[in-house]
Design a protein around this ligand. Structure first.
Ligand code: BTN
Length: 326
């Protein structure tokens, strides 16, 4: 068993309800008591609260739910499950998006990769995505499109819509999408999406469709340097939310959205977008590769571009960082 699996076995064996003695753990894991101690230290260094007391043993300071393929699959309705080729859950990956592209080309389609932790989670525009162990959702779906890259410019928005639908189904109200694909609540980031595509302009091409959702952040993250923007976590709004249930709904929603998008294009999602649009009617400041644009946001185009009414007339933007002007 490799060390990441051993670490997860330990985490799965520890409980918040009752202490487990070092001896009991060593027996369960088939290792020495000093190896147990080392593993516990490793868990602590990864942000997991493990309490200990001589003579009592080790226990978790909070209940953690590990990802389980059976539980996730149980949440995917049959119709959507038929589109999914494989679900792979890894204890640790550098990035679930990177894992999609490590698969041979013909074996990436409709394979969902999830990880308990990412060591080099990728965010948009080269940023790092904070990916602590056993708390959040890091999901990437491989998808092969017969069309070329040029037809796929609305994909980031589609992913955000799919994630927003899954969150709503889990009872998460009041969130919105900031173009192109930030999931926000009260101006704080709940999650984001990253689309990476390999292939030709004229097609076909292979995409890694990545979604990261903050479900339970580790204690001490607020105000730390780990994340450079205000964030929120789903569990704050939906106490007791199950990561497995959310993951199942997320995969199902992603599959439904993708199949519909391939058949009908992004146009059919415009109404859905407008009910979740965090920017509509607001004065925005967009720093894009083409320069800085200021104006009033007025929705999105069928190609997924942000529509902005500027003093020089309407503009459609396809890249950039948006902030609200005051
Ligand atoms: C953003 O910056 O808003 C996008 C964040 C995307 C993070 C997800 S987590 C799963 C997938 N794997 C990655 O390395 N990134 C995406």
């Amino acid at each position: 068993m490799n060390k990441e699996y051993a670490l997860l076995r330990l985490l799965g064996f520890l409980s918040a309800e009752r202490p487990r003695s070092g001896e009991e753990i060593a027996r369960e894991l088939g290792c020495s008591r000093s190896a147990v101690w080392k593993q516990v230290e490793h868990l602590r260094s990864l942000g997991i609260g493990v309490k200990s007391m001589t003579g009592k043993g080790y226990w978790l300071s909070e209940t953690l739910e590990l990802l389980q393929a059976d539980h996730i699959r149980a949440g995917i309705p049959e119709r959507e499950a038929a589109y999914l080729n494989e679900l792979v859950i890894c204890p640790e990956l550098d990035s679930t998006n990177a894992e999609v592209f490590r698969r041979p080309l013909g074996e990436q389609h409709a394979v969902a990769f999830m990880a308990e932790r990412q060591t080099a989670g990728r965010g948009r525009r080269g940023r790092e995505w904070f990916s602590p162990l056993a708390r959040n959702i890091y999901l990437s779906l491989g998808w092969r499109f017969e069309t070329g890259i040029g037809e796929l410019s609305a994909l980031p928005l589609l992913l955000a819509l799919a994630a927003s639908r899954a969150l709503a189904e889990c009872g998460m109200r009041g969130h919105a999408i900031k173009w192109p694909n930030d999931l926000l609540i009260d101006g704080r980031k709940l999650g984001g999406c990253l689309v990476e595509i390999q292939g030709d302009a004229s097609g076909p091409c292979n995409a890694a469709l990545g979604i990261g959702l903050n479900v339970h952040m580790p204690a001490g993250t607020q105000g730390s340097a780990a994340i450079d923007q205000p964030w929120a976590e789903v569990a704050h709004f939906v106490p007791g939310i199950s990561r497995n249930e959310l993951a199942g709904k997320l995969i199902a929603s992603l599959l439904t959205h993708l199949v519909r998008f391939e058949r009908q294009g992004f146009g059919v999602f415009m109404d859905d977008w407008s009910t979740r649009d965090a920017l509509a009617g607001k004065t925005v400041d967009v720093v894009s590769p083409a320069g800085r644009v200021q104006g009033r946001a007025s929705g999105v185009s069928k190609r997924g571009g942000l529509l902005v009414e500027t003093s020089d007339g309407p503009r459609e933007l396809h890249a950039g960082d948006v902030s609200l002007s005051v």
